[in-house]
Design a protein around this ligand. Structure first.
Ligand SMILES: *Cc1c(COP(=O)(O)O)cnc(C)c1O
Ligand code: SF4
Length: 336
């Protein structure tokens, strides 16, 4: 007799970690031994884009320090409610290029799939905080329309999985997607943009690694860390596991005021990345998204930092300074 499948299997450990993430500002403050009166965003603002911080990420913050570079990335500060001219809801013009199948095809040869709107962490500077995911998800129901569009255009050689965070999806959904992509003959590469190896290293577990190892296309992963302090704890092991399973690792970061806008902080980040087998790829200027104005570093300061960095670092540890220009066919690389 064939045994029936158990109705609910033990949920993987990373899903527990997600469920236990900090979502209440007061709880995070208490845990970090910070002043409970620290100015914070009002409730309506929080409802749109709530606090979300995995405990493992919070464990890498310094207790008692309201200026900790990891804390500042996730804390819903009262200043988010300020209206600043030039800071708008759709700062990168994605809403114009998004199709109903969740595919953004702005750049030649590469198509980007919005696989899910979910993230393990909510970064307060994120340009996707106002993105209308519900209207353009490849993940809604099934992958087929997105796969069909990629299959119909032989000029597309690279599929970029983005979000949200693709690793918010279950192993089953990811396996389906990778299998679908492997069946498209003109695809050479798959790239995953994810912050989870950094903010939720539990996600890089045996089940996911098995799927990632079996991807037959060339494999690139762009992780997202903004400060060397993020690259501690269980993170180095997660990154090493990705590398041993055939993924080339790159990093993108966002230049953020008070977080990484010094030569020291950036050099420290890049040196640490390199020691973990990752090259810095992009340093993004902040997208001018509503609620994030207090993170902005002026462009002239960014250029100055790049000049300093390039004079003290080997060329391969100097990322490209980039800015999204709404409607333009490629990211603008800024020279300095
Ligand atoms: C950034 C981005 C890409 C990839 O650009 P690269 O220069 O190859 O890193 C592709 N599609 C979209 C929509 C993007 O925003
Ligand atoms: S993980 Fe990436 S997409 Fe998600 S909130 Fe942070 S920056 Fe935005």
């Amino acid at each position: 007799m064939i045994q029936a499948q158990p109705i609910s299997r033990q949920a993987p450990r990373w899903q527990h970690a997600l469920r236990e993430a900090f979502t209440r500002p007061a709880e995070l403050l208490a845990w970090l031994e910070l002043d409970p009166a620290l100015p914070q965003l009002d409730l309506p603002g929080l409802r749109d884009f709530p606090l979300r911080v995995p405990r493992g990420f919070a464990a890498r913050m310094r207790k008692g320090d309201p200026l900790d570079p990891l804390f500042l990335q996730v804390w819903p500060a009262a200043r988010e409610a300020e209206t600043v001219p030039g800071f708008v809801a759709d700062a990168v013009g994605d809403m114009d290029s998004a199709q109903g199948d969740g595919v953004l095809h702005k750049y030649q040869g590469r198509a980007l799939l919005i696989t899910t709107g979910a993230c393990a962490v909510h970064c307060r500077y994120c340009f996707r905080r106002h993105f209308p995911y519900s209207e353009s998800l490849a993940a809604r129901g099934h992958w087929q329309p997105a796969l069909d569009r990629l299959a119909a255009d032989p000029s597309i050689t690279e599929a970029i999985l983005s979000g949200g965070d693709p690793f918010s999806l279950s192993d089953e959904r990811l396996a389906e997607l990778f299998e679908g992509l492997a069946g498209i003959p003109h695809l050479r590469r798959v790239r995953v943009h994810t912050r989870q190896p950094i903010v939720l290293p539990e996600r890089i577990d045996a089940g996911l690694l098995k799927i990632l190892r079996s991807v037959s296309l060339d494999k690139v992963m762009v992780v997202h860390a903004n400060h060397a302090q993020e690259l501690t704890g269980d993170v180095p092991q997660a990154l090493a596991d990705l590398r041993t399973n055939g993924w080339m690792l790159l990093n993108q970061s966002v230049l953020l005021r008070g977080i990484n806008d010094t030569t020291n902080a950036l050099q420290g980040l890049h040196e640490r990345l390199f020691s973990l087998g990752i090259l810095p790829y992009y340093l993004h200027l902040l997208d001018r998204v509503k609620g994030a104005a207090h993170f902005e570093v002026p462009e002239h300061r960014a250029r100055e930092l790049m000049r300093d960095l390039s004079s003290i670092s080997p060329g391969y540890l100097v990322p490209r300074l980039a800015r999204e220009v709404p409607g333009d066919p490629a990211k603008a690389w800024l020279s300095w």
